[in-house]
Design a protein around this ligand. Structure first.
Ligand code: SF4
Length: 276
């Protein structure tokens, strides 16, 4: 039985927020939603104020931002006066989580950005094949956009264990292939690294993607892994008898695997992989 989801909505005071820390290459972050029903077990947002302030389990609620397109149009105009904008969408939610099928909220934001000179660069970070619904808008953004599609492993049982509510790997790989075939700048984000097999390189190469980013919970959670360790992930690794993957050097195994099919310069590590 699927867990019940609480859906709320309100008009936000602002949509664009100044980027900092891990995302310092960007001027702003843009989160169409609050909360995320993909509910990944390793999601470090669970440990951040945005993940805790409602006092409800992360993954059990989603907040829809109303009048978002109109507000973004105005905010782009105002913020753009200071210079070109680089926007990361999204840092604390997935812009293509299931509720997007019916709201079209992320699509409405892409429409605004495609019709404007700003942002100069937009990174769309998602693990949902729904992103291919918006191929037309992504195409019109041209070289101003990059889609970063998360594929943490090639092993579906591992995906199910760590992210049971997230889209299956086969659907994500198909989506990545479609993005590449459509000429949309795209990368596979092996992020965070989960236990995988040596087939990972072949599986990713089969999509035609030429840019990869490898990150893990030790480098990429903004607290050298402390935030993520508080989530108790070690219990999951122990239950799966895969503890050797819950180490700060496990990502190097993945890089060695990827190097069998991809040139070294196409593989970016951690923060570098997400920069504009
Ligand atoms: S998709 Fe991203 S924001 Fe959503 S739960 Fe997973 S890691 Fe967190």
């Amino acid at each position: 039985m699927k867990p019940s989801i609480t859906i709320t909505s309100s008009v936000p005071s602002r949509l664009l927020n100044p980027a900092s820390g891990y995302l310092k290459g960007y001027t702003h972050t843009l989160n169409p939603y609050g909360g995320c029903t993909f509910a990944c077990s390793y999601c470090y947002v669970r440990e951040m104020p945005v993940g805790k302030f409602r006092g409800e389990a992360w993954g059990s609620w989603v907040h829809i931002k109303l009048e978002a397109a109109e507000r973004l149009e105005r905010e782009l105009r105002l913020a753009g006066r200071k210079g070109p904008l680089q926007i990361f969408m999204s840092s604390s939610t997935d812009p293509y989580q299931p509720v997007e099928y019916r709201t079209g909220l992320t699509r409405s934001l892409l429409e605004v950005m495609a019709a404007s000179d700003n942002p100069a660069f937009l990174l769309v970070q998602t693990r949902s094949p729904l992103v291919t619904r918006d191929l037309d808008l992504l195409r019109s953004l041209g070289s101003r956009v990059r889609v970063s599609l998360t594929i943490e492993t090639d092993l579906e049982p591992v995906r199910r264990a760590f992210t049971p509510s997230a889209p299956p790997l086969a659907a994500r790989l198909k989506a990545l292939k479609e993005l590449v075939a459509a000429g949309i700048p795209a990368q596979a984000a092996v992020s965070p690294v989960l236990p995988s097999s040596p087939r990972l390189a072949d599986v990713l190469a089969s999509t035609g993607v030429t840019r990869l980013c490898v990150d893990d919970v030790f480098m990429g959670d903004g607290s050298q892994g402390k935030r993520t360790q508080r989530l108790g992930l070690h219990k999951l690794y122990e239950a799966l008898q895969l503890e050797e993957w819950n180490r700060p050097d496990a990502y190097l195994r993945v890089i060695e695997t990827l190097k069998t099919r991809f040139p070294e310069e196409s593989i970016r590590i951690s923060q570098e992989g997400f920069l504009p």
